[in-house]
Write a protein that binds this ligand. Structure first.
Ligand SMILES: [Zn+2]
Length: 291
């Protein structure tokens, strides 16, 4: 079995065939999947998408690429949503949050405000965080040292070995997916091979970050086992060893996920969600950048 620890299954790119995408992922051996929200308007859609998946789970948060249109009141909205979601076994943490220093149009201070306020919510509820890390490793770590959430996942990690070690020391796993399938992704491949197996989780980031064999096409969670195969070959371990380790790691850094992985479609908190919420307002990231 495999766990896709990062999949934007609520995104509009899946509106036409979401049920098929889920069925294909399940058939491929994906037995758990985490849908991180990207802004308050997607909270219901993230929860509804998670509920439709065997082993589906979700996180709530405001993504750095969505901070230009987020409002300061959204922090209070998130806090209320989290309080309510604590009763839902499918809810696993705060995400996707973080800092994106690659997209130059984003306001650094505004990103910092939303990142820090969300770290406080994670700390107050003792929840892990799912981090968007893009040219922002040191800035993210600086606040983690101050607000000390219980760890989580540094998603699509691409940094130095030293930075990777510092995330791991703070209770994080690093998320690896489509990028490591490219021969030229030397730094990511080096990390994927050299980091201890206990620090690695798998993710697709679907519909974004497609692997090499479907480059520039829509990514989907059914691709995860093939990505795992690439990593197993790079590390020289069997698929069984990799499967067992990456699932155990996901359950360790997202403790509530072990309950969600056992859930069947339709289980979990239903209030205020209907099949209609699957039609999502999440129609692509505002800047056209991968989430
Ligand atoms: Zn994402």
């Amino acid at each position: 079995m495999w766990i896709d620890t990062h999949c934007h299954l609520d995104a509009a790119e899946f509106d036409a065939d979401r049920a098929t995408v889920i069925a294909n992922a399940t058939a491929a051996g994906v037995a758990g999947l985490v849908v991180p929200a990207v802004e308050c308007a997607t909270f219901d859609a993230a929860r509804a998408a998670a509920r439709a998946v065997p082993g589906g789970a979700y996180a709530l948060g405001i993504h750095p690429l969505y901070t230009p249109r987020a409002r300061e009141e959204d922090i209070a909205t998130l806090r209320v949503a989290v309080e309510r979601a604590m009763g839902d076994p499918r809810f696993v943490g705060i995400g996707e949050i973080g800092l994106d220093y690659f997209v130059k149009t984003l306001d650094t201070e505004r990103q910092q405000f939303f990142y820090v306020e969300q770290l406080k919510i994670a700390r107050d509820f003792d929840l892990p965080v799912i981090l968007h890390v893009r040219r922002s490793q040191d800035a993210l770590l600086k606040q983690l040292r101050i607000f000390t959430p219980r760890g989580g996942i540094a998603h699509a990690f691409n940094g130095s070995r030293q930075q990777a070690d510092m995330f791991v020391e703070r209770g994080f796993c690093l998320g690896f997916g489509g990028q490591m399938t490219f021969d030229r992704a030397l730094q990511i491949r080096r990390l994927a091979v050299e980091m201890p197996l206990s620090s690695i989780v798998l993710e697709t980031d679907a519909p974004d970050i497609a692997p090499e064999w479907i480059y520039k096409q829509r990514n989907s969670p059914a691709e995860l086992p093939r990505m795992a195969k690439v990593l197993a070959a790079l590390r020289g371990v069997t698929l069984e060893v990799l499967s067992e380790a990456t699932c155990a790691n996901a359950w360790r850094v997202l403790p509530r996920l072990s309950g969600a992985t056992a859930m069947k479609p339709g289980d979990g908190l239903a209030a205020n969600s209907s099949p209609m919420s699957l039609i999502s307002p999440n129609s692509g990231s505002p800047s056209g950048q991968s989430r």
